[in-house]
Design a protein around this ligand. Structure first.
Ligand code: TYM
Length: 334
């Protein structure tokens, strides 16, 4: 039994605890994490070290991190099956992050679109951490010798850089790191804003109608979908240029399991109003159990704490093995 367990592939992924997860975070990433827990050895973390690349209010940040931890469990992550931890509880992340910065080129980091976007958005705080963020993300992944990294499409460039850093390091020192693969879902890897469907759905959007939070109340969810921007046609079908409808079809398909053809058939002869209402209702219904479990978990802080302490211990143990190897290879005195 133990031997079989050893052979399972390793999964690592993370999310920043900067607010309630959006429907984009959920469909592109978190929703896909729970079903992987039986087939793989999974480690999932709240990337709080990454979150401070943007200024956080200490009290709100601490509360949000607890909230996000409860949300991970409410979304089906099981501390009995997976390692579910908070990044800053495992110092090896910052340690390997620094080391890998010394194996990452300035030019590589300069090309990262997320750095360009975030530095434009936070022009008054273009800090060094924002710039070296991808080296820390590489450390997160490589510490656990992850085979697969389930993320949305916006993380693809960071994953490619992780592979480049690992390959470079292995090229110098031998086989230290497993070269990880991205695991990007075919549908839903990029959920778009409901207000501007050519833009990614994002927590930081100033327009409250652009983004669904997974704890939004059913009536709020339905109202936001009713207001979703579509086009001037009246045909529910997936086609180039129909960004709003394509986005709604993708969302409806991922929460109901229906194919695009089935959705088109279901709404043939109906206006967009009926379709938007159906998407809103399906999403609200899909998220209902998450909200319920979340409320229960938030009432039991002691349980949450026992879970993240246990997660940190397990993560520390695994990451220490990689750190030892790295330090030896580099030539640090141990
Ligand atoms: P973060 O916190 O921005 O997002 C968490 C996950 O949600 C996905 N995502 C989306 N997917 C589809 N549509 C959207 N509109 C959408 N918005 C966000 C992201 O792709 C991501 O998978 N750097 C990471 C966190 C991180 C990490 C890691 C991930 C730190 N270390 C190691 C994997 C492995 C981030 O900022 O994700």
């Amino acid at each position: 039994m133990e031997e079989v367990k050893q052979k399972k592939k390793v999964i690592l992924s993370g999310i920043q605890p900067t607010g309630i997860f959006t429907l984009g975070n959920y469909i592109g990433a978190v929703k896909n994490w729970a079903p992987m827990q039986d087939e793989y050895n999974c480690a999932y973390m709240l990337a709080d070290l990454h979150a401070i690349t943007v200024r956080q209010d200490p009290k709100a940040f601490r509360e949000q991190t607890m909230t996000c931890y409860a949300l991970l469990l409410a979304c089906g992550l099981d501390p009995e099956k997976s390692i579910i931890f908070i990044q800053s509880h495992v110092p090896a992340h910052a340690e390997l992050g620094w080391i890998l910065e010394c194996y990452t080129q300035f030019g590589e980091l300069s090309r990262m679109t997320q750095f360009k976007d975030k530095s434009a958005k936070h022009a008054d705080n273009v800090n060094a951490g924002l710039f070296t963020y991808p080296s820390l993300m590489a450390a997160d992944i490589l510490l656990y010798q992850a085979d697969l990294v389930p993320v949305g499409a916006d993380q693809r460039q960071h994953l490619e850089l992780t592979r480049d850093i690992a390959t470079r390091f292995n090229g110098i020192y031998g086989n230290v790191f497993k070269i990880p693969e991205g695991f990007i879902p075919k549908a839903g890897a990029k959920i778009m804003s409901l207000a501007e469907p050519t833009k990614k759905m994002s927590k930081s959007d100033e327009n409250p109608n652009a983004c669904i939070s997974i704890l939004d109340k059913p009536e709020v969810i339905i109202k936001k979908f009713k207001r979703a921007v579509t086009d001037s046609e009246a045909e529910v079908c997936y086609r180039d240029g129909k960004d709003g409808i394509n986005n709604l079809m993708t969302i409806y398909s991922t929460v109901t399991g229906k194919t695009f053809d089935e959705i088109t058939a279901e709404f043939a002869g109906h206006g967009y109003g009926d379709f938007k209402l159906a998407v809103g209702e399906a999403v609200a219904e899909h998220l209902r159990p998450i909200r319920e479990v979340f409320d229960r978990l938030m009432a039991d802080k002691a349980y949450l704490e026992s879970c993240y302490r246990k997660g940190a211990e397990m993560a520390s143990r695994i990451s220490a093995r990689t750190m030892d190897k790295v330090k030896k290879k580099i030539g640090f005195v141990l």
